[in-house]
Design a protein around this ligand. Sequence first.
Ligand code: SF4
Length: 317
Amino acid sequence: MFGLKADWSVDIKERYFALGDYAGGEARWCPGCGDHAVLTVVQRICRDNQLPPEMTVAVSGIGCSSRLPHYMGTYGFHGLHGRALPVACGIKSRRPELDVWVATGDGDCYSIGAGHWLHAVRYNMNMTVLVFDNNIYGLTKKQTSPTTPLGFKSNTHPQGAILAPLNPLTATLGISNVSFLAQTVDWNPAHLYATIKAAHAHKGFSLVNIIQRCPVFSEQLSKDLQDNPSKLLLLTHENGIPIEEKLLRFFPNTQEHDPSNMSEAYDIATNLSPAPIGLLYHDPEVPCYEELSSMGNNMGVEDKLAGINAALDQFAV
Ligand code: SF4
């Protein structure tokens, strides 16, 4: 923004970004889809933190949720199925100053992208990863996903899913270098906002599993949780997700949980009924790979080139 002064000189004023600066194309998700709520919260956090749009990147794989980069007024990369995380890690390793957001789904991340998920957690690069978990493949019209509950009927399992679902919370907690794991629901805007904001504030790989409404293909799964809040367990702690006192009445079940306590986090994550909501685990001390690699452990560009040349010299004939 420019301010013209009386002497015709120009003041360059501090930029201010409004919500509209983060808006991209019109969202084409189904009416009532929980993805709309997540997009709104991400844009609000960008605005509230005044993230310059040109320094912000939204990355995705394939699936309904993966359309999110199209709806952001930032840079974006709509990648291949399951490949959101390697793309995001590549961006972060070469441009660590960028603010990287990842939108992925239970099918995209926990199935075809599972290998990338494990290693991205281990690398702990500084990015905010939102897994839209609706327990189904929505874009491909109701196929069983890794988190589809046992017995749930889908187009690939018309008699009901025959395998117990993967538990993304215990699986993530089992990966080396895990530094931030939270879970929330898309229909509680205050908790959704506070959780994603805390994830974004964490320096490292923050994974938020979002229990997401898909009213078209898996409506009854999230509706059970919406209609009966006693099926949720709100995790509270001074170091957890901040929640206003007046919102506590929406959660009949609460548990005080110190997010630095890994064994308790694992116990909570193991029992998904009631489904835990809040910050399960947080360790702000885990080093970020991009700081180790792009800075090269105190190696400058000249040192790196000398190392590469020395290695290539071994093949000289
Ligand atoms: Fe959302 Fe489900 Fe529609 Fe996909 S199919 S846009 S997840 S409601």
